[in-house]
Each structure stands twice: as C-alpha cells, then as structure tokens.
Design a protein around this ligand. Sequence first.
Ligand code: PNS
Length: 155
Amino acid sequence: MKTAIFPGSFDPFTSGHQALVAEGIKIFDKVIIAIGENPDKRGLLTVENRKRLIEDLYKDEPRVEVVSYRGLTGEYCRDREIKFMLRGMRNTVDFDYERNMMQINQRLYPEITTVLLFTPSEYVAVSSSVIREVLSFDGDVAQFMPEGVDIRKYL
Ligand code: PNS
C-alpha cells in the first residue's frame, strides 16, 4: 500500500489543502494529513481544533488519516515508515521554499521522496494566512474554506 504524508500547519485547513488531498488520493492509497506542532507559535486554532476540523471533514473517507506531530517531519515519517511526502505549490515563492525543504529532507532522509503538486488554479490565492487576516477583521472566509465548514465551530 502506497502511503503519503501531507504535512503542514493547517491553521486553518483551506479549500486549497482540500484540493491537494483530492489529488493525493488519486496517486496514493492513503494520505496522512499531519499537523506539525510548533510549540513556539500560538496559532489561530489550537492544534486539537485544527485536527478536529480536518477529521470532521474526512469522517467518511477511510483513506485519509489525520495526526499531529512534533519535531522533524522526516523523523515522523521514518518512525512510521512513510516514504512519500506530498506538498502543494501555488507560485514561484512556494517553489523556492519547497525546493529547499525537499533538498534538506533528501539529505537527512534519503528514503523519502517528495511529491510536489501544483495547486489547482482556482485556489492559488487561497492561503491559511489570508484566512487569518480576513477573520481578524471579521470578514467572511466561507468561500476559502472547504464547503460546509464553519470555522467559528473551531475557534
Ligand atoms: O503549512 P506549512 O506552514 O508550509 O507547513 C510547514 C511544515 C510544518 C510542513 C514544516 O514547517 C515542517 O516540516 N516543519 C517541521 C520541521 C521540519 O521537518 N523541517 C523541514 C526540514 S528544514
């Protein structure tokens, strides 16, 4: 069975992330959405609520698992024998960041292959940070979230 990890902060999980997972399960038998905990950074959502939001979304999709982890993503993969890391790329800024991360991971964890997918065009402007900004001014973020998700349930 081919399993990929899809790591990220997911603060919060967006419609763009959802589009990436949809692509991921076309390629892999299972996608593990892994929330990287950064103890130094207080997010908009607690890690527990980020996880709850994503779990609620995929409650009927057994091929998607949701976890949180601390430390290096590669180390988590090694512990669980995960060989593929899925990441999305919207633009050239993402490209540079993703290439650097891929190269560091390749040196530290040569057994892991990074699979970079382009974010579908309709989601290129969507990001967790845009959602946080709009929310901070009480704006409506529903169209940037997966359909049917009410972020207020997780704040
Ligand atoms: O959604 P994000 O913020 O782009 O996710 C970043 C994340 C969590 C995937 C990345 O920061 C990460 O992997 N953090 C754990 C530390 C690590 O493994 N860094 C990569 C080697 S430099």
